[in-house]
Design a protein around this ligand. Sequence first.
Ligand SMILES: Nc1ncnc2c1ncn2[C@@H]1O[C@H](COP(=O)(O)OP(=O)(O)OP(=O)(O)O)[C@@H](O)[C@H]1O
Length: 504
Amino acid sequence: MSSNHPPASRIAQILVVDDEPDLRTLYELTLLREGYRVEAAGSVAEALQHLQAERFDAVITDMRLPDGLGMEILQRVQREQRGERCVVMTAYGSAENAVEALKAGAFDYLTKPVDLKQFRTVVASAVQAPAAPVRTAQPAAETGRGETPGGSGVAALDRLVGDSEPMRLVKSRIAKVARGMAPVLVRGESGTGKELVARAVHACSQRSEGPFVAVNCGAIPENLLEAEFFGARKGSYTGSAADRDGYFQAARGGTLFLDEIGDLPLAMQSKLLRAIQERSVRPIGSTQEDTVDVRIVSATHKDLQAEVQASRFRQDLFYRLNVIEIAVPALRDRREDLPALCAALLARIAHDAGMAMPVLSPSVIDRLAAHPLQGNVRELENLLHRAVALNDGSELHLDFEASGMPPLERAPAAPATVEAAPTQLPPSPRARIETPIAVPPDLQIYLDQQEREILVRALRESGFNRTAAAARLGLSLRQIRYRIARLGISTPNGGDDAAGAGDE
Ligand SMILES: Nc1ncnc2c1ncn2[C@@H]1O[C@H](COP(=O)(O)OP(=O)(O)OP(=O)(O)O)[C@@H](O)[C@H]1O
């Protein structure tokens, strides 16, 4: 456990607040055994005295105290912008209290009777050292205690291109909410960058070293959902030849991103709710529960409130998932981001194609600004992709005719991708073709053909597992999916990887 403590020589200091002497002693002993320094208080007043006298790394407080509520301690810490992370202990079944505490800025909550294993995990995660301040990626207007994201967080925020007011708000909100355990719901139209936002939340959090597991809830056949989410024991259903972890187990210590959460069938919604409440899951065919320490970030382009009204989405699950909401603005509401977005997307496209960055004239950007771009950044990306592919000079021309429809050329959704620490992916050198070739009459057709052949070969040699093929080619899963769709390559297993999820 000591690896979870703040680095260097300092021992984490914790304040425990509970009015029941037996429980207080139990918590104290548990924490002392973990090597922390502990102070204890039996009331709000006593706790505030301790806070006045010294600083702590974390405060663990019961909600109901003889002279008030644990919330008052949390509010004081927030108001004074202190560094303590607060964990609130709430009575079993009082979801309102837990959600209210998270909304008010609690780092996490524990349900009474407190499970000591969970207690240790939650405390360990609360006292983890804050990321080293590298530089402030965005104005700290909403970053509360001035916590700044670490290197990976800054990079993830930079990947979210756009300096318009709505985007600045999104980024400062990400930086603010990343550090707790509160579930985040990312809302926005298709193609606005919800997944990038979810990734940034993960990268800015102290879980950034852990896995980011992205699941497309709408892409998994209903009969497989439970096994995919919670895992399955060997022999528990036809074809399950070995024990298998689910997404929850794969995301341990990291973030589980539930994309298109509005597409989850009702029966699965109940099971997900239970997993979130209990913080444990039971693999199919197992008699034991697996404790899971994951942070849930979900996303939807649907109006979930309306889905609740229409009885297609469980109210209680919505309440649990929507503790913190991040609304990603449509591109039409931030047209001023267009030049920067075009530059960033073109740089990426040109880099992927191994070519020099083409020039986009101001008049073309003006024309883009007048275009509806209902498919948001994804449509813009596709438009530029096509323009680069058809480009015959140094200046880029856009074919608006072909982009009339929203989300263009969207590659089929894969059920899930798991990204462990990036270092786990072997850096694969880019393929290089060294055979001297004649000058082709149509460069684009020639390049497409080459690309197609390389992709098909890499896919075939990896048993049509796109994740493995992407890794071999130095591409991300998203990039290879996009290229497969763009070049119209069909794979025997359709949109899914042979090995299923969990192999990126
Ligand atoms: N602000 C941005 N800066 C740079 N690229 C962006 C931005 N927003 C979106 N993109 C790019 O646009 C494409 C779509 O983004 P993403 O998949 O995150 O959108 P989404 O809202 O999750 O879409 P959907 O709802 O359809 O799943 C991706 O290639 C992403 O990299």
